[in-house]
Design a protein around this ligand. Sequence first.
Ligand code: G3P
Ligand code: CA
Length: 268
Amino acid sequence: PTSDARAGEAGAPAVIAHRGASAYAPENTLAAIDKAAQLGLSWVENDVQRTKDGQLVVIHDDSLRRTTNVKDVYPGRAPWKVKDFTAAEIARLDAGSWFSPAYAGTRIPTLERYMRRVEHNHEKLLLELKSPELYPGIEQQTLRLLGKEGWLDRGHLGRLIVQSFSSDSVRTVHDLEPEVTTAYLGTPSVAQLHDYARFSDLINPPYGALSKGYVAAVQTFKGPHGRQLGVFAWTVNDAATAREVAAYGVDGMITNKPDVVRSAVASG
Ligand code: G3P
Ligand code: CA
């Protein structure tokens, strides 16, 4: 049913485009989610951080250096932390040329703009609060924006998961908006799962940390909404690994090459 944000299609594991279809377009940009939509994918993952003047933006690294031309535009401002630049300054940066000249002029999207494009594309959103310890209150702020954009409406909740490497952050999201599906990024020990299951609906580990036994152990727990705990593994980028990880019984795979993973899983 629509209330279960974890459901894959037709019983196969869900396939989630990591930072968008980031093997084919610059990560965490509107181009990357448009590409995922063109490939017929429904889930996109992103990373959310905050500017100096309090705007939520979509970018993976704490620094602007790797994925923009910030060194050229603002040469004196090393180490170019996202939190030290205003939204207007960030809006001037080219976040596409590092990936390919074909994407020159691509911008870092605000979360608001990004969510509207996800909606326009009829996609589902796995939203990561990245480095939340750098951004006090980012949980409340993100939920407020999600609410304003309609993502917390009953019919919409099945299209949203909020995840973080910070268990404190995942717990805060659950406490503030108990209806939202949540995921913890990491690999808690089986002994710790009882605690994590109080506030997290999914456990999302790197695939190298997985075994069939671990996935089965996770799936014996019930999450905060009374459903079986789910497992989304990351980052699976080739067909052989996708088949291996699917055989562990995971509920989803997060991938830079969603087309490759989807065909690998579909062909069994
Ligand atoms: O969604 C899983 C994955 O995104 C976690 O690692 O560093 O790509 O955010 P990272
Ligand atoms: Ca991420």
